[in-house]
Design a protein around this ligand. Structure first.
Ligand code: KIV
Length: 264
């Protein structure tokens, strides 16, 4: 089975087709997610919340990420596999090169990091060194203390302008994908239309190029259900693989997220 690459996801954007992504942290779920036809797996530092029971992603270490990425890589059959760079592991370009090497050697096909245009040189350096980078704007959970909590980002016009400028700067630096988390639907649409790289949303409405959900959220087993989450496990009558297939099909058909899962 051919493994999807970032070029395949870029092609989907060019064809106007949506792509799906679910987070995973172990080999068994990675295998079922791939078998269900999902396009991308993200080994997110959300493992701090859903695996380790932490309140934030701040305590997650590079070693934690390497361990879970290696587990997922062993179970993955065809998905593009993105690995998160954890908190303060890319504070300087040199640190980022070191962390990215460990994340890629653990089995990721692409690294993800959180932040705006301060990451320009880091992303350019990683790109020059042959490492595909996914950027992440909006609600960036590693900065939750600076943001003052888990809140929708980009609601005022100054913030919105800055986010659009950041997205353009990150694309210019060489980022090949962008995650937008908890961003008003209209702003997310404007960003996705203003840059050529695929934009993957979580709480960013339907008008971006792909969607990502945290595994435990979409299976309905997280203690709290955010507005942007749909319980696909309930809709699939408790069949896990059917829940992944339903999610993938609903994303492709632009039926998820609906207005009720999106922010104004
Ligand atoms: O860590 C994670 O799972 C993420 C997604 C929420 C995008 O970054």
């Amino acid at each position: 089975m051919k493994t999807l690459t970032i070029s395949d996801i870029e092609q989907l954007k060019q064809e106007g087709k949506k792509f799906s992504c679910i987070t995973a942290y172990d080999a068994t779920f990675a295998g079922v997610i791939s078998d269900a036809g999902v396009d991308v797996i993200l080994v997110g530092d959300s493992l701090g919340n859903v695996i380790q029971g932490q309140k934030t992603t701040v305590p997650v270490t590079i070693e934690d990420m390497e361990y879970h990425i290696a587990c997922v890589a062993r179970g993955n059959k065809r998905c593009l596999l993105i690995g998160d760079m954890p908190y303060m592991s890319y504070a300087t370009p040199e640190q980022a090169y070191h962390t990215a090497a460990l994340i890629m050697q653990a089995g990721a096909h692409m690294v993800k990091l959180e932040g705006g245009d301060w990451l320009h040189d880091t992303i350019a350096g990683l790109t020059e060194r042959g490492i595909p980078v996914c950027a992440h704007l909006g609600l960036t959970p590693q900065s939750v203390d600076a943001l003052g909590g888990f809140k929708v980002q980009g609601r005022d016009s100054k913030q919105a302008k800055q986010m659009l400028a950041d997205a353009k700067a990150l694309e210019e630096a060489g980022a090949r994908m962008l995650v937008l988390e908890c961003v008003p639907q209209g702003l997310a649409k404007q960003i996705a239309q203003s840059i050529n790289i695929p934009v993957m949303g979580i709480g960013a409405g339907v008008d971006v190029d792909g969607q990502v959900l945290v595994l435990h959220d979409m299976l309905g087993i997280s203690p709290f259900q955010a507005k942007f989450v749909r319980n696909f496990m309930a809709d699939a009558k408790g069949d896990i693989k059917a829940a992944f297939e339903l999610y993938h099909n609903e994303v492709r058909a632009k039926k998820f997220p609906a207005a009720e899962h999106s922010f104004d």
